[in-house]
Design a protein around this ligand. Sequence first.
Ligand SMILES: [Zn+2]
Length: 313
Amino acid sequence: MNHIPLVSPAVTPSASLSDTPVPPPQVSEEIRHQLDLPDTLPVVNCLARARIPTTQGPEIFLHLYENNIDNKEHLAIVFGEDVRSKTLFKQRRGDTQQDRMTRGAYIGKLFPGRTVADRDDKNGTELHFDALGNLIRESETTYADPVLVRIHSECYTGETAWSARCDCGEQFDEAGRIMGTNGHGCMVYLRQEGRGIGLGEKLKAYNLQDLGADTVQANLILRHPADGRNFSLATAILLDLGLTEIQLLTNNPDKILAVEGKNREVKVLERVPMVPLAWKNKENGIKSKEIEGYLSTKIERMGHLLEKPIKIN
Ligand SMILES: [Zn+2]
C-alpha cells in the first residue's frame, strides 16, 4: 500500500483522556481563508418540529429541514422547548394558529383542545413578532445561552445495524445522554452516510478494509476523498436555531473550523472531547478488532485530538 499523505492540517494531538472542556485550537484568519469552505452558506428552511418522548428519559424536539443544495431531509435533534427555529416560527401568509401548532411553531405544550400557538396560558408567556412576521427573540421565551452541540453524520451500520467497525452509535448515544443531563443541546443530524460516499460505497470500503486497507486508504482506492463531508448545512441549521455561540462536542479539529464557517457565522467557544467509553473502562464501550484500527486511523491519519491509553495488561 502506498503512503498517502495527511489530508487534514497537522495538529499536535494533546494527550488527554479527560472530557473536560478545552479552548478550541487557535487558527489565524489567513489559515481560515485557505480552507476549502464555501463562501456562502446554504439556505435552510425548517418544515416541521415535534416533541419526541424518548426511551432514555429526556424529551427531544425533532426538527426537519429542507435546503437548496441537496434533496435530503437533514435534522436537528434539539434538547429544550425554548430553542426556536427562525424559519419555522416566522409567520407565513395565511398562517392560522392551527397551522402553526401543526408544524410545531408553538410555545409550551400541546394538549387536546388547545387553540392558540403563540401563547402559553399555563406559564403566561407569549411569542412576539416584528412587522415582517419574524419571531422576536426574547429571553423569556427563547433560549440564547451557549449550548452544547454535536454534528453527527448518519451511519446506518453504526446506529441501526449494531456495527462495531466504528463508534458512531456509541458517540450518538453518549452525546444524547450528556445533552439530556444538561437540559439544553442540539445534535445536527446530517444525511451524509459513510463520510459522504453513501452506504453502497461504504460497504465496498469495508471489504477493502478486510483486505488490509485502513479507512482513509479504502476511500482513496475507491476514488473518494478521505472525508467527503460538508458541514455548511450544519452551520446554516445552527444559525436558523439561533445557536451562534456553542460548545462543540468533538475530537476533530477540522470540524470546528468547518462548522464555524468561513466568516465565523458560528463561534465555537469551547471544545468538549469525546473519549471512547472503552478507553474510560466503561463496561458498555465497543470492543472489537476493527474499532481499534478505526480509532487509530482517526488519530494518526485524520488529526483527531485523542491519544490512545497505554495498554497495561
Ligand atoms: Zn459509523
